[in-house]
Write a protein that binds this ligand. Structure first.
Ligand SMILES: Nc1ncnc2c1ncn2[C@@H]1O[C@H](COP(=O)(O)OP(=O)(O)OP(=O)(O)O)[C@@H](O)[C@H]1O
Ligand SMILES: O=C(O)[C@H](O)CO
Length: 524
């Protein structure tokens, strides 16, 4: 291990890693974990990210370093779970330069926002933006298809004098269904639902969606041509790939039918494919007639990611520092099965809690595990270096932050979510380390405030989880086998370990947090 670390010693430590010893804090680890999570969510609120990305200067706006003149020529469309709040803020900024807009947002969201007293995320009464709710249960439906048609029409009417602001966030694919005829909405839904149920990744799912849609994969930008298009994107996909977030309606992407067919074949869906889908995939050439001056990277389109998991982690790190921790961000790209991901955090906790130099096998296992859980070797080495310095130089408590979207292989019929299941599994890992009381604490939470079909966003656990459960007659393993993490956590100590922030109106995947108390130094 010492050799692995020494390779990286001469390099400067990255952002968020300062040498100042953080101040002591009297709050409990649990409360601090919740506060740091709240800071992560706050950083990516829809109104905040839009406010930070549009600079209004008299009769123009500056977005991502580009200046756009406003002459009562601005139109707005949007689709996604966070888009209502984004649109409300955009309208506040551009004022009456906004001519009209259409947004496609989740069913019931306006009422829910009212109930949660989030009026600032609602449009004003005389707004020029039409709100269309649809996609019940996150599935495309006739309401969402109507909204998509409204958006297509608005875009198609624009001229070269117009500016189209496109607001995009996670959930946008289901809220913008426009199947290429003769594919029906039901047929497209069947294909995507079967793919999702078979365990297809979001990359695979959206590659297929793009090929079957009039608006995805750059179709919306194509319809808006020759207007200037500016898309503001709140990313809910690892690595922030523009062509995949909400299936990239403003990102021109070529469809390779062979690629789509091989995905369908991999999930054994070729035989049940509707004739209409086969027909569309069998058509030669591009999906639409190219406009004369539309190149592969059209100059009339600007795509800007304005919020992401990295942004949330950065702000969480800032809050952690205020609360007395030394923050270190591992990676915003954690993925893979929750079992492997829990092992990752168990190993990191073991590494960080060693009183003496951690045995080299821990580092070796971490490096072996990295590719399985989407974490680069470099990020692991950098993080181990920080944890090692924390131990040898006595820098106090550490807050290790990461994000992403692990997966759960569902085998049972219980209620739960990937964050709650991960927190339970990390709790078991921490318990197996046999550390003294008040050891590391782990939090996992979905930034959208909902973990699977439950009202919790996630949970907070520590090494005492097992004993606590046993003393209350609860057997964690039985609940885990049945994917019943929510039932377990609701029963355990009256649900005190659950994280229930309520609707957050945003979504940049999940936040993971390992709080590691200062380790007594034991160095000769
Ligand atoms: N009982 C359960 N235990 C563990 N995980 C579950 C359970 N039921 C569903 N899940 C997981 O929850 C996820 C779906 O939940 P959710 O609706 O939060 O999805 P999401 O991917 O976060 O959606 P979005 O991207 O719209 O936020 C899937 O990964 C699924 O495997
Ligand atoms: O809408 C979608 O396609 C997913 O949320 C990923 O962005």
């Amino acid at each position: 291990m010492a050799r692995v670390l020494s390779l990286f010693r001469p390099l400067p430590l990255l952002a968020l890693v300062g040498r100042r010893k953080p101040a002591l804090c009297k709050m409990s680890m649990d409360s601090r974990a919740r506060e740091v999570f709240a800071a992560a969510v706050e950083a990516v609120q829809p109104d905040t990210v839009v406010r930070q990305s549009i600079e209004r200067k008299e009769d123009s706006v500056i977005i991502d370093g580009h200046k756009f003149t406003l002459k009562h020529n601005l139109h707005l469309v949007g689709f996604g779970k966070a888009v209502l709040g984004m649109a409300a803020e955009a309208e506040r900024i551009v004022g009456d330069h906004l001519v009209k807009g259409v947004i496609s947002v989740p069913h019931g969201i306006q009422q829910t926002l009212q109930q949660h007293r989030k009026g600032h995320l609602l449009l004003k009464e005389n707004s020029r933006i039409k709100v269309m709710e649809g996609a019940k249960h996150n599935l495309p439906d006739a309401d969402a298809q109507n909204a998509a048609e409204g958006i297509r029409q608005l875009a198609s009417e624009l001229t070269e004098k117009d500016l189209l602001l496109v607001l995009i966030s996670g959930g946008g694919s289901a809220l913008l269904p426009a199947p290429i005829p003769p594919i029906s909405l039901q047929e497209k839904l069947d294909v995507t639902r079967k793919l999702a149920a078979a365990g297809a990744t979001i990359q695979e799912l959206n590659t297929v969606r793009r090929a079957l849609s009039v608006l995805k994969g750059g179709g919306l930008a194509h319809h808006a041509h020759p207007a200037q298009v500016v898309a503001l994107i709140l990313s809910d996909v690892i690595g922030d790939p523009l062509d995949l977030i909400a299936s990239g309606p403003t990102v021109k992407s070529k469809v390779w039918p062979e690629e789509v067919l091989s995905i369908l074949e991999h999930y054994k869906l070729l035989d049940s494919l509707p004739a209409s889908v086969k027909d569309v995939l069998g058509r030669p050439g591009p999906r639409w007639k190219e406009n004369k001056d539309e190149s592969d990277s059209p100059a009339h389109v600007l795509n800007a990611v304005i919020g992401s998991n990295s942004v949330a982690l950065k702000c969480a790190g800032r809050r952690a520092r205020e609360l007395g921790f030394r923050p270190v961000v591992l990676s915003p790209g954690v993925c893979g099965d929750v079992k492997s991901v829990s092992r990752l955090y168990g190993l990191l906790a073991r590494f960080a809690s060693s009183r003496e130099e951690p045995p080299p096998e821990i580092a070796a296992e971490l490096l072996r595990l990295g590719p399985e859980v989407g974490v680069e070797t470099w990020d692991l080495c950098r993080t181990m270096q920080v944890l090692d310095e924390m131990r040898t130089e006595g820098w106090g408590a550490t807050c290790l932050l990461a994000g992403g979207e692990p997966t759960v292989e569902l085998t049972g019929k219980g209620r739960g979510g990937r964050n709650q299941e991960l927190a339970l599994r990390v709790g078991l890992e921490l318990g197996s380390l046999n550390l003294p009381p008040n050891g590391p604490v782990f939090l996992s939470g979905g930034t959208d405030g909902q973990d699977g079909p439950t009202e919790a966003a996630g949970a907070i656990t520590d090494g005492g989880l097992c004993d606590e459960a046993r003393s209350q007659g609860l057997d964690i393993d039985n609940f885990l086998i049945n994917n019943d993490s929510y039932t377990f956590l609701s029963r355990l100590s009256a649900g005190k370990r659950l994280l229930v922030p309520g609707l957050t109106c945003t979504n940049v995947m999940d936040v993971h947090m390992l709080l590691i108390p200062a380790v007594p130094i034991n160095i000769k």
